[in-house]
Design a protein around this ligand. Sequence first.
Ligand SMILES: [Zn+2]
Length: 405
Amino acid sequence: MLKRSIILGAAALMGSSIVFARNGALMSPAHRAAIVLDTHIDTPALLHVAGWSIMDRHSLSVDGTQVDLPRMQDGGLDGGFFVVFTEQGPRTPAGFAMARDAALIRALEIRDMVARHNKDFELATRADDAETIVKSGKRVVFMSMENGYPIGRDLSLMRTFRALGVTMMGPVHVGNNDLADSSNPDNGPEWYGLSPLGRQWVAEANRLGILIDASHASPEALDDILALSTAPVILSHSSLKSLADNPRNIDDARLRALAAKGGVIQINAVSSHLGVPNSRGRAPARALLGQPVANIAELQAQRAAVLKIERENPAPRANLDLLVAQIRYAVALVGIDHVGLSGDFDGGGGIDGFDEANDYPKVTQRLLAVGFTAEDLRKFWGGNVLRVLREAQARAEPSAVAGPQ
Ligand SMILES: [Zn+2]
């Protein structure tokens, strides 16, 4: 309610129902009325950077970051799924232990962020928490896991991560692992879908009420997941192969199968997924972005180096036209109940016009202009993902989901 009363107050002051966000984008009543969630926020990768705080306003041009509380407020972004990401590494006992510990630390960093700033953020562990948290005027922090590598070969760790607050998990990232083949394998298919352990992983996710995220899984692994899962499935940040031929993108037949099972695709705002491949000359920039940084000075130096490479290797980027085309194609194919959006911010996402957390109203404006209704936008921005999460959680074994909140 707090959110709405502040908005109404601002609108009354301006004598208009339109509120201008700080970046000049119109924040329409439809945008303000929706619960706006992004299903793939990689910002937790920054939480350990000394001198960088999610509470401060940052600039894309200065430090390259895309999400913080001031920009979330400007963009009417109510929250989303904050990612515990682990890069695929050696599939050895030592590798599994390192990945497990790194993921546990990342999950604790997210919990620590929420605890430190509990007037502005709140951890959500149930789908229905989102509405309550938004009404209290706070930002919604769901936790998700990108890559099942930290699970290694020990499925009992899924219960541990669920107890820490993880509500969505994907089995695999770049490179195959012990659970599944990747859409970007190092050396071709290994399991031709899910591994035998990956099939058990699906059953355990269902039992724990964890929403299964098939982004980054190979097409055959998605087929296996759709065949085995008793709950609907999400693609938390994936786009459409019909419009952009990229191994990360999904074909029409599989999108129909995902929707027929009640699932949702969150179109991903990454240039190469929208049909604008990265310039080859920018490979050094991508390598730089993979380098860890310890403090904000190093982050700013890295950003300056990346911008220099980009100036020297100018290349087109995807834009809102391409993004909206993907959204409209998906809605035409499977209906508004099965489509949403992810920025993949702070994880490689961002296009012209939708490049940081204050840009969400621009997408709403474009969708209103092509005929989306307020009810369509309510589903698109958060209603759909919350429905799918609610269904996954409703199918859990009641005794399996107990744990600290
Ligand atoms: Zn990803």
